[in-house]
Write a protein that binds this ligand. Sequence first.
Ligand code: ADP
Ligand code: ASP
Ligand code: MG
Length: 454
Amino acid sequence: MSLKVLKFGGSSVGSAEALRRAAAIVRAELPRGGLVVVSALRGTTDLILEACAAAGLGDLALALDQLAAIQLRHQAVADELGLTQAVATAWAPLFARLDQLLTGMAMLGEATPRGRDSALAVGESLSAHLVALCFDGTFHDVREVMKTDARFGKARPQLEAIRAAAAPWRAALSSGGLWVTQGFLGSSPEGLTTTLGRGGSDTSATLLGEALDAEEVQIWTDVDGVLTADPSLVRGARPIPQMSLGEAEALSAFGARVLHADSLAPGGRAGFRLVVANTLRPDASRTEILPVPPRRPAGAVTSVAYKEGISLLRFPASAGLEPPLEVARSLEEAGALRFGLISSPAGTLLAVRPETHAATEVLGTLAASGLACEAGWAVVALVGEGLRADPVAALRHLAALGQEPIGGLLTGSSTVSIAFLVPESRLGDLIPRLHDRCVSQTIGAINPDEAARR
Ligand code: ADP
Ligand code: ASP
Ligand code: MG
């Protein structure tokens, strides 16, 4: 039987009403079964991280208040679905575990990356058990399959081990049945719980799609697919019905939260169909991500992405290349994302974003040692297949807006994007203006239906 994997994000399982809508989607999309991947209920991951932070500072009372809030919230959703009794046996040990973990952190006065990942696993597991009952499926723990290294907070998947561990799942799912599992979590070679980085359950779904030889992976979220910009900054952002894998990769790498940055590679390798759709409006437009690029006019920009929280490290030319490379390696090892490494006779610039506590600490130590380090930067990227034929078009757009590409252009290996650095404070003004100039003018080529309605 050909397999479909459906992933529901936090907002798609954030309330009883959202869960009912998601259940209807699953009935329609998976009449003969398949795999559902779910994240924690909306806001839960943030609450667990706050509880860990409080416990790590020794404030157990505050941490347990957060735990009580998490418990109340989950109970309220289960009550509304009439699943309180049914889910109680699965949930009781999870709440007890979170209590123990927070108590341990408060006693030690430290929330370790390993402890934090174990605490975060509770949020994902609470959700997956509830969803399994609500969808009339069976719960299976993703940690049986999702083998990673031991970089807590941003673990790297081990593809061969995942494929080998997935063999029993492949066999069982090929004969039907609806399975529900957690996103975001993995297990280290020693069997300890890890996480794939914030927003990582998109990547869980696509990695599972690859390991299970799925024909399609659907990412269900709270917008009409991938849009031409982040709708929280650009009110006129429009859906993109079809985009290339390269465009999606660049967009997510440069910060569009709708798809986790690591979630595109599995589809590139395995070739399954990848779709992004809206749980709130299942019949609205959706985005299909294609291995073969859709036709775009030369110079057309499909979307604008950005990511804040970037730090710039500057090395004098006299330092040579080895120190920046060494610093880049150690930051990456600790879980920082590298947005650029540019070297010229004038010196070397490294642009990074710490994604883990360990990476933030490494950055702090480097700054304390006297390395020039500036926080408060953002990366902005123009993305589009049209830039392959006319990359200079992106520069014309920047020039027209009077925006000099500060910090150098980060073109990287992708020819479907041009990125540059700006101070974070510029984003609110720049992103809507860039969208207006670059994307709105070519919307007809990106989304003809949308253009006809305007
Ligand atoms: P989920 O909980 O379903 O994983 P996320 O919050 O991680 O949802 O991702 C969806 C959100 O991503 C949207 O609500 C939107 O605010 C944001 N977003 C940023 N850039 C884009 C974009 N280009 N297209 C669509 N959504 C985007
Ligand atoms: N629940 C996790 C987070 O909030 C994973 C995800 O949503 O993809 O980051
Ligand atoms: Mg997400």
